[in-house]
Write a protein that binds this ligand. Structure first.
Ligand SMILES: Nc1ncnc2c1ncn2[C@@H]1O[C@H](COP(=O)(O)OP(=O)(O)O)[C@@H](O)[C@H]1O
Ligand SMILES: [Mg+2]
Length: 275
């Protein structure tokens, strides 16, 4: 069993006005893995993510970070946010500085890093997310996809141990998505734990090691991507069907059942051409 870095235990949360969003939710996030939080709109994905970095405080239950309950004091939250970085779904909710470079610098400078170290991290994040050509522009003059990448770069530059992204590919065009996925692959290779929410089962299949299936403010089931995403009756409970690439591969005549099913388009295509 791998080590748990972040955990939600019995989280209950009601929004003001009495709207119950989470009902005794349990979730375990293993260090160094990629976890997809998959579920329909309104299942409670965003609400849970806002608990993972202490933005929301649960009405019931607790969030545990490295085996200890999260601390909601000012210094506790600052340390927490250095460990768990959250990228919001709406980049406009996250960007507020005049220029792209200034915006990305905000987090690292707040961590108390030297100017030199902060600058090095900012430049690395700018390059990783292909923002060099817009780095001196005002953030409000960027396209949707560029803003999204700036928001991600700002969190990435803090080098959190756990990077949490709320619906990271929503609204990105194919090239924006490709740049993002390459940057995330680099972070994963460097040991960062990745958590992302999505309602897109094909994206979850392509990228996740583990999946937590959300329904009505609870985790219906958590397990490996194979356990969850190939279980058609389980998925039907949330109105989903298994990933298309896996379904196509499974129906190929003469397929070796011992070989893992392809996760991505290029893997499926090479299987189809008999490679
Ligand atoms: N700011 C809010 N105020 C009141 N209710 C909210 C708010 N945000 C979300 N909710 C409600 O909480 C539930 C979970 O929403 P959310 O966490 O946004 O789900 P998801 O991200 O899976 O779409 C929904 O019933 C939603 O209407
Ligand atoms: Mg959401």
């Amino acid at each position: 069993m791998s080590e748990t870095i972040l955990e939600a235990r019995g989280i209950g949360f009601d929004y003001p006005g009495g709207i119950a969003a989470l009902h005794g939710l349990d979730l375990s996030i293993a260090r160094g893995r990629r976890l997809a939080i998959l579920g329909p709109n309104g299942a409670g994905k965003t609400t849970l993510l806002l608990h993972l970095n202490g933005t929301l405080r649960p009405n019931r239950g607790e969030i545990r970070l490295n085996g200890a309950p999260g601390s909601y004091t000012r210094s506790g939250l600052a340390a927490w946010r250095g460990t768990v970085g959250l990228v919001l779904q709406e980049a406009d909710d996250q960007l507020f500085s005049a220029s792209v470079r200034q915006d990305i610098s905000f987090g690292p400078l707040n961590l108390g890093l030297s100017d030199e170290e902060a600058r090095a991290r900012v430049e690395a994040a700018v390059a990783a997310l292909h923002l060099t050509h817009v780095a001196d522009r005002p953030t409000h003059m960027l396209s949707f996809g560029q803003k999204k990448r700036v928001a991600i770069a700002g969190i990435m530059a803090m080098r959190p141990a756990v990077l949490v992204l709320d619906e990271p590919t929503a609204g990105l065009d194919p090239s924006g998505e490709r740049h993002l996925l390459i940057a995330l692959a680099g972070l994963h290779a460097a040991g960062t734990t990745l958590v992302f929410s999505t309602h897109d089962i094909d994206f979850a299949w392509a990228w996740a090691d583990d999946v937590a299936l959300f329904k009505d403010g609870r985790v219906l089931r958590q397990g490996t991507a194979e356990d969850i995403l190939l279980d058609a009756p389980l998925l039907a409970e949330v109105g989903l069907a298994p990933p298309l690439i896996a379904e196509v591969a499974r129906r190929l005549p003469g397929r070796d059942p011992e070989r893992p099913l392809p996760r991505r388009r290029d893997e499926l295509l090479s299987l189809l051409s008999g490679a």
